[in-house]
Ligand binder design. Sequence first.
Ligand code: PGA
Length: 253
Amino acid sequence: MSRTKIAAANWKMNLQMDEGYQLFNDILKGLDKNESENLCLVFPPFVHLSSFTQLLKGGTRIRLGAQNLHWEKSGAYTGEISAEMIRSTGSEYVLIGHSERRKYFNENGEILASKTNAAINEGLNPVFCCGESLNERKENRQFEIVDKQIKEGLFHLPDASFEKIIIAYEPVWAIGTGENATALQSQEMHQHIRGLIEKYISSNVANKLPILYGGSVNPGNASEIFSQPDVDGGLIGGASLNANDFIEIYNSL
Ligand code: PGA
């Protein structure tokens, strides 16, 4: 089964308007002549979204997404951004459940389920993040933790919604630490996640579902990680802030 390969850039809370514009243009230029069918997703801070979508020409494999959303459509939620607003910038994707949101903004399973609903209802593609902490891995509870996160965040959705879902496995101990999961560790978890989806949803959905690995992916380790049969690409933080590094990672898909 051939699935879409994806390199996704998570810029987090980095880059001013001019810096972001420069980096996005460098990525556009770097991928301009690239004829691969692989998808490139860029998740900049909200402020960049509408100017970036205007730079996209038809035919490009680059798509934009937001790093977060609120679950309500509109109203008195000072500081928040809705799925509809994200959509109105021309963006098509949204990150949900990143471990930094879970940790610093107390986003639990219930909140994340509401967010996946809001995204799906507005036609956005959620990139749903999951992953265990270092302690949970030391206690060999990584599968149990990831199962719980996926069940809580996604299993209330009708089967047809899974067409739009991408899962990103991001072990917390590998995010921003320079210590990536080995290719075998990522393959083991991705295979497990695909098995979970097969068991509870369907083998058709499981076979089609892109599962990305995230956590200290760089140009030196990307090819090996992406060569695993159940790893369909990566969600890249630090290394996505450098155009050459990110393009090299994209080219390793
Ligand atoms: P990293 O971040 O590549 O800097 O480890 C990945 C992420 O948090 O998505």
